[in-house]
Write a protein that binds this ligand. Sequence first.
Ligand SMILES: Cc1cc2nc3c(=O)[nH]c(=O)nc-3n(C[C@H](O)[C@H](O)[C@H](O)COP(=O)(O)OP(=O)(O)OC[C@H]3O[C@@H](n4cnc5c(N)ncnc54)[C@H](O)[C@@H]3O)c2cc1C
Length: 470
Amino acid sequence: MALSDLAPVERNEEGIAAALGILKQRFAERFQTGEAIRGQHAHTTTYIPTQAPDGVVFPESTAEVQEVVRVCALHRVPVIAFGVGSSLEGHVNAPGGGISLDTSRMNRILAVNAEDLDCTVEPGVTREELNHHLRDTGLFFPIDPGANATLGGMAATRASGTNAVRYGTMRESVLSLTAVMADGEAITTGGRARKSAAGYDLTRLLVGSEGTLGIITALTLKLQGIPQAISGGVCPFPTLEAASRAVIATIQMGIPVARIELVNALQMRAMKTYSKLDFPESPCLFVEFHGSDASVAEQAETFGMIAEEEGGGPFLWTAVAEERAKLWKARHDAYWASLTLRPGAKGLSTDVCVPISRLAECVAETEADIAEMGLIAPIVGHAGDGNFHTLALMNAEDPAEIALVEKFVARLNRRAIAMGGTCTGEHGVGQGKAAFLREEMGHGVDVMRTIKQALDPLNIMNPGKVLPAE
Ligand SMILES: Cc1cc2nc3c(=O)[nH]c(=O)nc-3n(C[C@H](O)[C@H](O)[C@H](O)COP(=O)(O)OP(=O)(O)OC[C@H]3O[C@@H](n4cnc5c(N)ncnc54)[C@H](O)[C@@H]3O)c2cc1C
């Protein structure tokens, strides 16, 4: 991948100047153009170069989002929705400049319908804020990308995380949403019903659209009951392949595991130091079970037997909340732990996902590739979904290193696609994966382009993302 593979976005200097003037007058201190704030609102998480917007606006309602979009449409200026900027593929970059629309002031929880297990929130609410608000209801929102991302950003990237193997992804969790489209009109895609056959599924069109079709201003989400009992633990394995085979067997046997995370020996080394874990420096599975006291104990026992058959163990598990919390905090900090393996390096996080039966093969071939290419790239992943990450560490100032990592990533993405999988299980396309979309989707890319042109004919909604230059 190179940024030159992306559809170019020309700067419209005159339009940008006009929009800046109007938005400054209308939003006063809620419209900022300082260099630092513009930099913070461009992509900063990986090696992809920062492309800052020209201004950042902080709307507080759907009506204000409509105003901003109408100004941008009138002057043909890009508008890039922004949650907390934790996306990993250059999603919030502004290649043609324009306006970053920051949703942090749209952070109200509008309704919690405990009896229906759903809630309605504004897009700037983060997943941790929602779970904090729900703490006395016996309910929780299960989707947990490592970062404390906004629910708007999570819907826009169709995010998931460690719990997806049991509770699904944002695709399954968003019942309906309100979005401001490129012409400034607001639409609501449905109600609170658990299912609907009312026409085209606009909810799922917007979920995963990465701000390229509309700006989400409210979401109705499914909630889950907090399980009566939770147990979890860590199990070491002699090889990463053996651990992967244990994951496959666990899923194929129908054990309703809530989380099953694969960690290789290098990642374990980084986590042991960073999070002060006392486990062997070998490939491991981090596992969690939800249910009744009896069922979690039974699940843990069955998993322990599967692990033994693959030469793994001992499987040490606990139902003590504090001990589990320490393990999952370490798992969530894996990204930051990996960066310590090469201080000063930038990381490129991959997120291929393959059918579960191909997981061990895909992981083994990828591990061999890392060794052959001499990369430092720990492996960690939501293996129960067939989804795993490598974080390839590189000197982002060295073109030769970037080229090597990009070669590795291209091989990995193509391997996953060839196995019937995808180049992105959860991070999305942004700028970084656009070059692989045609290989994965074929003529589907043309249909996506037709949808984009129909809904955003002026190409103002997060231009230069998702769709490749062709
Ligand atoms: C350490 C770390 C671990 C991570 N682990 C995971 C993981 O396990 N699983 C996973 O799925 N992701 C993971 N991610 C990626 C990231 O957290 C997700 O992509 C997240 O969903 C982005 O949310 P955000 O609020 O940061 O959105 P942003 O980064 O601000 O925006 C992401 C995209 O959504 C668009 N967008 C934002 N808000 C809206 C809106 N209201 N309407 C329309 N479009 C909008 C933006 O324009 C952009 O294209 C991880 C990231 C980090 C840094």
